[in-house]
Design a protein around this ligand. Structure first.
Ligand code: AMP
Length: 547
């Protein structure tokens, strides 16, 4: 017997219609590429998103055709999120930090028909347009009178002229909730990039889950700053969760330096911000010398790579801002776990609480996770056993776009598919997951795991160190031994011996790196993650001391 409740598809357009009707006067504030601040409301967003829908319709785009963006976080990008997906087309957010060759490859692989770009990225568009014959229309995200002249990009139009010519009368179509809504290619540190293709259903369910109290705890009383880019896993779904909850949205545009982000947080009464550790490092670096304080910011989600304990402490102790450490992946829309304490932890001493806060956290309802050994057998949740982390759930990838049916999933005994994350983790008895390494980047010494993240975190806790990357080096007896490559803070001094002595007592003796290598910079990938493969290439020929 089926239930007798109404059956309505979970569509992205319903989030916008809800926002329009129920918090239409809610504010959306954006710092524009031009540098000025733009303000409007959810009602304005809804009106202009309908114009976008008419514009793609008029262009003759078919259902599921792809519209690409090369854009910062801002209101026009948000209108494309809703107008393109809501009308049944697929929004492809391209990462502008990738190499032009990769961008051209991605545009062609995705079969994009329209490219909307911020004028900051005009040089990129000029570098790739001739290689992207499938693009029917190039749109600069600017006012008609700001359209750059003599660009060499054929038929270039301004966004305002494009959508300004359209009616704002549009009825969002109803279709299967499993229809593709947006897509995002993964950073592509190895081989060609691969795309996660999100659906309306997965995006709406993720938006619900992300807003829950033990996740981002979003409400109509919040002012939310997504620093995490809209070209990286839909800014962790915040554009959707914001419409669902009615929070004020604040977009930083291209200005991601500490000063600009701080000023925006203060000017717009931001209560909640989300970003990767690198961005917060710049923010804290700006605030410390001048003794600046936050007036309203009370929590921040930090994820994308491990949040150093020193950062959790700085936010909490010096500024009274709660850090929510989060873990996820492009393939997971992206949220998987978030670290919020349980009731029983509230009475624990601060250092005990800190041990928990450093973990990546508990699974959100909708994400099932487990750790397995090399034979695929599930490992215990005892906080000690390490294993490959597998996940499944309604907003987790089943198959990569255009992968010809090849499934990356691993079947369990019941035939259920689990996505292998490539991360290695422990899970404790309370369900707190902690990433200890990546399966492609683990250090195994004498048959025992060494967490490169732990080794990096300790180095980062030294006052002279700006950045650290730990990698395993071949060793005849132990198989591998860890070494740590470090970048010193400007003007700071520390010797190899001093840094190695700094490890004493902070980790098991055998886990202390065998060597410290001072480097000018650690290679960083397009999404801000360390490229250890490239670091390894740079250190080719290096030999461990004593070998
Ligand atoms: P991406 O798809 O680019 O978001 O990268 C996802 C990967 O980033 C994960 O598989 C992890 O290896 C890493 N990652 C994300 N969040 C964290 C975190 N909080 N701590 C450690 N690694 C993380």
């Amino acid at each position: 017997m089926l239930g007798l409740m109404q059956s309505q598809p979970l569509l992205i357009s319903t989030l916008l219609e809800f926002a329009d009707r129920h918090h239409g006067d809610g504010e959306i504030v954006s710092r524009r590429v031009e540098g000025d601040i733009h303000r409007y409301t959810y009602k304005d967003l809804a009106t202009r998103s309908r114009q976008v829908a008419n514009a793609v319709e008029k262009l003759g785009l078919q259902f599921s055709d792809r519209v690409a963006t090369l854009a910062w976080n801002g209101y026009r990008h948000l209108e494309l999120y809703y107008g393109v997906s809501g009308s049944g087309r697929v929004l492809h957010t391209v990462n502008p930090r990738l190499h032009p060759d990769q961008i051209a490859w991605i545009i062609n692989h995705a079969d994009d028909q329209v490219m909307c770009f911020d004028t900051t990225f005009l040089p990129l568009v000029q570098a790739v347009h001739a290689r992207c014959p499938g693009i029917k229309l190039w749109v600069a995200l600017c006012d008609a009178d700001k359209l750059p002249a003599d660009t060499g990009v054929p038929g270039l139009v301004s966004y305002e002229a494009w959508i300004g010519a359209q009616s704002s009368d549009y009825h969002w179509p109803e279709f299967d909730e499993n229809t593709a809504s947006s897509m995002c290619y993964t950073s592509g540190t190895t081989g060609n990039p691969k795309a996660a293709l999100y659906s309306h259903r997965s995006s709406v369910l993720h938006a619900y889950a992300a807003s829950l109290p033990d996740v981002m705890c979003l409400s109509a009383r919040d002012s939310v700053l997504p620093v995490v880019p809209m070209f990286h896993v839909n800014a962790w779904g915040l554009p959707y969760s914001a419409a669902l909850t009615g929070c004020k949205l604040v977009f930083p545009g291209p200005a991601l330096d500490g000063k600009s982000v701080y000023e925006l947080i203060e000017a717009e009464g931001v209560t909640f911000a989300a970003g990767v550790p690198t961005v917060w490092q710049m923010l804290l670096g700006h605030m410390k010398p001048g003794g600046l304080r936050f007036s309203k910011l009370n929590r921040t989600v930090i994820g994308g790579s491990a949040c150093p304990p020193a950062m959790i402490n700085a936010f909490q102790d010096a500024y009274g801002v709660e850090v929510l450490h989060a873990w996820g992946m492009t393939e997971m829309s992206p949220l998987g776990t978030l670290c919020t304490l349980k009731n029983k932890h509230l009475g624990l001493p601060k250092d005990e609480q800190m041990k928990i806060r450093m973990k990546q956290g508990r699974a959100i309802f909708g994400v099932d996770m487990k750790i397995v050994d090399g034979d695929g057998e599930e490992l215990p949740w005892d906080g000690r056993a390490y294993g490959d982390l597998l996940v499944k759930g309604p907003w987790i990838l089943g198959e990569y776009y255009r992968s010809e049916g090849a499934s990356p999933l691993i079947k369990d005994k019941q035939g259920r598919g689990w996505f292998p994350t490539g991360d290695v983790a422990t899970i404790d008895a309370d369900g707190f997951m902690q990433i200890t390494d990546r399966s492609k980047d683990v250090i195994k010494s004498g048959g025992e795991w060494i967490s490169s993240i732990d080794i990096e975190n300790i180095a980062m806790g030294h006052p002279a160190i700006a950045m650290a990357a730990c990698i395993g080096m071949p060793h005849p007896k132990w198989d591998e031994r860890p070494v740590v490559a470090v970048v010193k803070k400007p003007g700071a001094e520390v010797t190899r011996e001093e840094l190695l002595a700094f490890y004493e007592g902070k980790t098991a003796k055998w886990q202390i790196p065998d060597d410290v290598i001072f480097v000018e910079a650690i290679p960083i990938g397009a999404t801000g993650k360390m490229l250890k493969t490239r670091l390894r290439d740079q250190l080719k020929g290096y030999k461990l001391p004593g070998l």
